[in-house]
Each structure stands twice: as structure tokens, then as C-alpha cells.
Design a binder for this molecule. Structure first.
Ligand code: HAM
Length: 425
């Protein structure tokens, strides 16, 4: 027997109401905010991620699922580890740069990262993304955070915190990175292998090291915020003022840098109380240099992503009950095997009239068919037994009122249409 690959999950019917609730709420919020849906391929040329996310990041270095088609040896692809780089590729390729800016996009789908699986950390996981491309207005940074906040609120998640920071841009950060390296250099032999790599490839990531010794050393490290130019600080202040205006509580987290090279200025994460490293429920930031890295004109942009599996974990932990999925309204039970074709045709007629109808599987006693109908929670059971078959009638039992009546077959669909609340006709 096969088992699912490590780090993947099956979303079973019992969990689907959570997923539908999250996706429907996210989509509705996105349209309230004027973000338009877009889909992109599951895989891209590997360069999209190497250039976009950064060759020295964990994601690109260790976590990509690389595809090498046998008949196309000169090209390499990767399953998308995130959505933003592919969305920017699509923005450039499909002429979205000619649309009025900002282009506001909503995206939902699975991503793939070869991470060490644990609760809330999967190798295939689903994200919801929001991206606003083409403007450096700080109101957009705040709009994206506001979207995230309103989404979590609408889902019923409370006690979340918004952690926010500003990390400047590539140019304004360069002297700071030199200063940070100079500070850590005398302590290089105290760094663990991961942090040594960070020192060499991306010293900014030392700021969010989990290593205790590195964290101690950080106490006296040069301060990034003080090194940022006035324009960058002003942008950050304006983002914060919008957040205050919307009543979004936030905490400035000076060590927050996030694991992608493309971020500039604002970065943020949204975390539940007592969240560990895989507890972050959503995160994002500004990425003013990404589109240029992918071959476009310099184009400012900001966005965020949230993980559906992590939202669902949090909804369950908070005891939030998602709305149930629509279930059939009528269950058709058979008192005799001879009724099978008659019942099959009745079910079809009901469905064509917009009434959900589920047919009993053959070979079960009426008692067990009623038990199943009870478990399904249907309001009506239409019973076709020998008598009904002979008289061309249907006995309709109202499970809630505990009453039943026998009606001519010709009138059954109309009668059920009248009784069921969400019937179309
Ligand atoms: P990220 O922080 O890597 O950002 O992912 C965002 C969210 O996706 C996380 O907070 C988490 O909820 C979920 N997530 C990430 N990795 C996993 C995993 N292995 N298993 C389960 N859930 C996961 C990004 O992906 C950026 N592209 C966000 C962004 C959009 N920035 C600008 N625009």
C-alpha cells in the first residue's frame, strides 16, 4: 500500500468546511478591497526563483523541488516555493505593467518547499497572496496589512499580533551590512555553521538568528533603523500612521528581516500568541527591486501571503466552527431492489430542479438507509417501497417534523421544491 509523501496532507471531507470558509472569506475580502484574482503555473523556470527570491536564501539553496524534464535537458524548472516571483514574471510577461497602477492581485494555491515537516510546516502547503504592484505609496503597505487583519478577524481569529519592521533597500542597506560584518568578524568562530553562512551570504539574516550566542552578540550590534536614510524612515512612519488610523495594533520588531532577498523597506509578520517559528500565520512586505531583477523596469510593489493549513490549525485551536458545506436536501431510500431505476430517475429529476438528492446505495435495509439519512442531516427522505412502486407514488418523510405523507410521483418534485428552502425553482 502506498502512503502520501512526507510533508503532504490530504484534506478530507470533514476538513473541507474549514478550507472553504477560509478561501471564501479571503476571496470576498479581496474583492471588497478591489484585488483581482489571478492564477499562475505550478512550476516556473528555475531562474525566476533563483533571481527573485535570491540564490543564497534557504528556499533556493535547500528547499526547491527541481524538475528536469528528460527531453529538455537545457532547461530546469522548479515547483513554485512561493507565489510572488511567479506573479511578477506574469506581470511582466502579460503586459500588466501597462495597466493603471497599482495592479492589485489576489492569488490562492499550493506551493512546495522541501522543509523538515512538522505541525504547521509542510512540503506542500497552500497560500493566499495579495500583491499590489506599481506604486510605492505607503498606504498600500498598510492596505495589505489591513487586509490580513480584517481577514483573520472575519474568520474569528483573535489575539494575533502584527510584527513590523523596516529594512531599507539594497543601496541604503549596503553600508549597514558592512558595519554588521565588521562587528561580527572578531566573533566569527563563535557562530554556528548556519550563521557563518549567513555572515558570508546574507548578513542581514544574522538579525533573526535563533542561535543563543548570536542573539547575545546582537545586543551590541549596530542598529539597522539608525542606519536607514530619512526617506526610508519617513515611508515607515507613514505606514505606521495608516495602521494607527485603522486601529491595527502593531509591534515594531527590530530583528524582523524575513527569509527572502527581495524585501525592501516594510516587512511584517502576523503571529498567534505563543507562536514558535512555524507558527507565523502570515507575512510579507515591500519588494521594490524584484520586478527589475526579473528584467522589468524598476517597479515598486508590496504584498503578503498567509498559509491556509496554519489558519485551519488556528481555527481549530480557537474552536471556530466553519459554516457547513451545502448537503443534499433529499435522501432517496428504497424499500425494494425493484425501486432502483425508479429512484434513480427521481433523483435526476430532483437535481435538475435544483434540489440536492442523494441516492441510497442498494442492498441495505430501510432501517440502515434511514440511519444514514440521519447522519447526512438531510431534511427529507423520499421512500420508494413496493406499495409506492405499484401505486406510482412517493412517501416523503420530513425528518425534522417527524411526519410523512404519500404523494403521487408526478407531484413529488414540485412538492419537494416547495418544501426545500434552497431549491432553485
Ligand atoms: P512566507 O513567510 O514564506 O512568505 O510564507 C507566508 C506564509 O505561508 C507563512 O506565514 C505560513 O503561514 C505559510 N507557510 C510558509 N511555509 C510553509 C510551510 N512549509 N508549511 C505550511 N505553511 C507555510 C512568502 O511566501 C512570501 N512570498 C510572502 C509575500 C507575498 N511577500 C510579498 N508578497
Amino acid at each position: 500500500m502506498y502512503i502520501a509523501p512526507r510533508g503532504t496532507s490530504d484534506v478530507l471531507p470533514v476538513d473541507q468546511p474549514y478550507w472553504r470558509f477560509v478561501r471564501d472569506t479571503a476571496e470576498r475580502q479581496a474583492s471588497l478591497f478591489g484585488y483581482q484574482p489571478i492564477d499562475t503555473p505550478l512550476f516556473e523556470e528555475i531562474g525566476v526563483f533563483e533571481r527573485g527570491i535570491g540564490a543564497g536564501t534557504d528556499i533556493v539553496e535547500k528547499e526547491m523541488f527541481i524538475l528536469q524534464p528528460r527531453r529538455e535537458e537545457s532547461r530546469r524548472y522548479a515547483l513554485r516555493p512561493e507565489a510572488t516571483a511567479g506573479l511578477c514574471r506574469a506581470y511582466l510577461e502579460r503586459g500588466m505593467a501597462n495597466l493603471p497602477a497599482p495592479v492589485r492581485l489576489y492569488w490562492a494555491g499550493p506551493n512546495f518547499r522541501y522543509e523538515r515537516p512538522q505541525a504547521g510546516r509542510l512540503r506542500q502547503f497552500s497560500q493566499i497572496n495579495l500583491e499590489a504592484i506599481g506604486s510605492d505609496d505607503p498606504a498600500l503597505d498598510a492596505e495589505i496589512i489591513l487586509y490580513a487583519w480584517r481577514l483573520y478577524q472575519a474568520l474569528g481569529l483573535r489575539d494575533l499580533s502584527v510584527l513590523i519592521n523596516s529594512i531599507g533597500d539594497r543601496v541604503s542597506r549596503a553600508p549597514y551590512l558592512d558595519a554588521l560584518r565588521a562587528y561580527f568578524w572578531p566573533h566569527f568562530d563563535q557562530l554556528d555553521p548556519d550563521d557563518r553562512m549567513r555572515f558570508e551570504k546574507n548578513p542581514l539574516r544574522l538579525l533573526d538568528s535563533k542561535n543563543e550566542r548570536t542573539r547575545e552578540l546582537l545586543e551590541n550590534a549596530p542598529d539597522l533603523q539608525e542606519a536607514l536614510p530619512p526617506a526610508s524612515r519617513d515611508h515607515f512612519e507613514r505606514v505606521l500612521s495608516y495602521l494607527r488610523a485603522a486601529g491595527i495594533p502593531y509591534t515594531i520588531e527590530k530583528r524582523l528581516v524575513r527569509g527572502f532577498d527581495y524585501y525592501t523597506h516594510t516587512v511584517f509578520e502576523i503571529v498567534p500568541p505563543n507562536a514558535g517559528s512555524q507558527g507565523t500565520i502570515g507575512g510579507g512586505g515591500r519588494y521594490d527591486g524584484l520586478i527589475e531583477l526579473l528584467g522589468g523596469k524598476p517597479t515598486p510593489a508590496v504584498g503578503f501571503a498567509t498559509g491556509v493549513e496554519r489558519i485551519v490549525l488556528n481555527l481549530k485551536a480557537a474552536g471556530v466552527e466553519p459554516p457547513p458545506l451545502p448537503a443534499p436536501e433529499v435522501f432517496i431510500a428504497m424499500g425494494t431492489a425493484a425501486a432502483a431505476v425508479y429512484a434513480f430517475a427521481l433523483a435526476d429529476e430532483l437535481r435538475r430542479a435544483g434540489i440536492g438528492a442523494q441516492l441510497a446505495a442498494g442492498g441495505h435495509s430501510l432501517k440502515s438507509q434511514f440511519r444514514l439519512a440521519g447522519r447526512l442531516g438531510v431534511r427529507y427522505v423520499a421512500v420508494i417501497g413496493e406499495d409506492e412502486l405499484k401505486a406510482d407514488t412517493v412517501t416523503v418523510r420530513d425528518m425534522r417534523a417527524n411526519q410523512q405523507r404519500t404523494i403521487p410521483r408526478q407531484q413529488a418534485v414540485a412538492a419537494l421544491a416547495e418544501s426545500t428552502t434552497n431549491a432553485i425553482c
